[in-house]
Design a protein around this ligand. Structure first.
Ligand code: ZN
Length: 221
């Protein structure tokens, strides 16, 4: 679990992190060599909007928050391996994201086209389907009515691998997870990938991959 460094950690973070910490600690005490890293995913909407709201440069604010979260996690007593920390806002990290994108592009698996998205005019961003709430289709964060907007976007041809990804032979997953995965991959929709250029905050132009489906949003940088 990599928290978004958009604000302070809260009890929900402990709720999610404590079981994995307990398990990792137990296995390590039994003599196993446990890989238990921590990191921060800063290319999400919360970090961007928090920086805009506070009027602080996003890079500065993000790394201030990361440092604060590190202290909070250390005070919690969790046994994360800080030598294996991953920070998605770090150039040392996202240079590899860009490298992956270039490989996909060269292989003909990334292409560009116009497509409609759910857009919040107040947050000034695309929303995942589960972030659009109610019959009146309002934004989950600010309540503003969501509009449809055409954007030039990057797409991955994930559908090319749909059959392979939907083959669960030999994978011991609960049925609910298989159903989620099946709906997520969704043969008809595939995955979207777009360049995030609309923000005027000076944050380095990043690549944001958004896999849209009816049920969940997956994003990486
Ligand atoms: Zn909004």
């Amino acid at each position: 679990m990599l928290p978004y460094p958009s604000g302070d950690l809260h009890i929900g973070h402990w709720y999610a992190m404590t079981p994995s910490d307990a398990r990792a600690r137990y296995m390590r005490m039994k003599g196993y060599n446990v890989l238990f890293p921590m990191g921060f995913d800063a290319f999400g909407l919360p970090a961007e909007n928090a920086a805009i709201k506070d009027g602080i440069h996003p890079m500065k604010r993000t790394f201030q928050n990361i440092e604060r979260m590190r202290k909070q996690m250390r005070s919690m007593g969790a046994m994360f391996d800080w030598e294996r920390e991953a920070v998605s806002a770090s150039p040392e990290y996202y240079k590899w994201t860009e490298w992956f994108f270039i490989q996909l592009y060269k292989a003909g698996l990334a292409y560009r086209k116009m497509s409609a998205v759910d857009w919040c005019p107040k947050c000034n961003t695309t929303l995942a389907r589960e972030q659009v709430w109610g019959d009146d289709r309002h934004c989950e964060r600010c309540g503003t009515p969501v509009i449809k907007k055409n954007l030039d976007q990057w797409f991955f041809k994930a559908t090319k691998y749909a059959d392979e990804l939907l083959n669960f032979d030999g994978i011991d997953w609960p049925q609910t997870v298989k159903t989620l995965q099946t709906n997520w991959i969704d043969r008809s929709e595939g995955a979207k990938f777009f360049r995030w250029e609309s923000l005027k905050t000076g944050f380095r132009k990043g690549l944001k991959a958004i896999m849209m489906s009816r049920y969940r949003l997956y994003h990486s940088s």
